[in-house]
Design a protein around this ligand. Sequence first.
Ligand SMILES: *Cc1c(COP(=O)(O)O)cnc(C)c1O
Length: 358
Amino acid sequence: MTTLTSEFAVERVKKSRVAEVDFNNLEFGRHISDHMVVVDYENGQWGSPSIVPFGEMKFSPAMLSLHYGQAVFEGMKAFHTKDGSINIFRPHKHLDRFNKSLHRMCMPSVPEELWLSSLKRLIEIDKEWVPKTEGASLYIRPFMFATESRLGVKVSDTFKFVILTSPVGPYQAKPYRLKVENKYVRTAEGGTGFAKCAGNYGGAFYPTQIAREEGFDQILWTDSKEHKYIDEVGMMNVMFVLNGKLVTPQLSTAILDGITRDSILTLAKEMAGFSVEERKVSIDEIEQGFIKGTLTEAFGTGTAAVVAPISVIHINGTDYQIPSAGPTSFQLQVKQKLHNIRMGLEPDTHEWNYLVKV
Ligand SMILES: *Cc1c(COP(=O)(O)O)cnc(C)c1O
């Protein structure tokens, strides 16, 4: 039987750039690994995948994705485990979401076999790019975009699926100061907020820029109708510890179904004494939590940061402060647990790890 893996056309770089990377000082997304996966979709089917040196591509300036935004991406990570394998974290779940995003944007889905074999082959070839330093990982960026060249508004007939990777260090940003957004929206119910499509990010730049000028780091996005209920924080999901419970906005078409969110909720349910509430969370409730002293933690969750602490939320003219997260805080405990599972230091009871032997 021929497997897809054997059909990969591989063109290797003449000289690797990996020696240029300072693995003790990784800036997110700065270095892109030697190789990339490229697969074309045309005539209603996927072509054969190739792995080529990372570099420029040729496009028509009339390529539909540039004009009408048919472009979708994913973000996931791979880790060096203690037994010397490379672990891709939850690739099936990421594919699931990628295909949901693609469906919303009228783009063809990626078959599981193509997804897994592409990831596996790319990581085998660029294994030297997977950091071995504590807390560091290989960020994986699969994406797909419309390539048909034509000016009329239409669904493209051709697409390109590409995977890039980049070594990234542990996340060490200072805790966020948040502005509650009362004017702009990232997305609305019925829109594309649940999809990881390119336009959602471009549209968020302007309100984020205004928030930065006002002295905030990120936006706490609220619902588009009343600006009353919380959706997300920046480009992350948001969680609170309120009255000793883990509380997070329930998913909707306006909220991205974060895989870190899912992992943390799953682990929280297993951690002794932690109850989890997925429901509507209002700004009023959070403000009351500050006033009564029942709000003890707030943090963003996402693949890049895992957990990003929040220090201040600005509500109705007041800067409400959150005490900094100590070692016994929920966010640091769950972050550690997730780290242990991904590194093979604790049992992977949910089969989240996808090990590539290299
Ligand atoms: C990617 C993303 C997240 C986090 O999802 P993860 O799967 O945890 O990385 C949250 N919100 C938005 C808007 C995102 O794009």
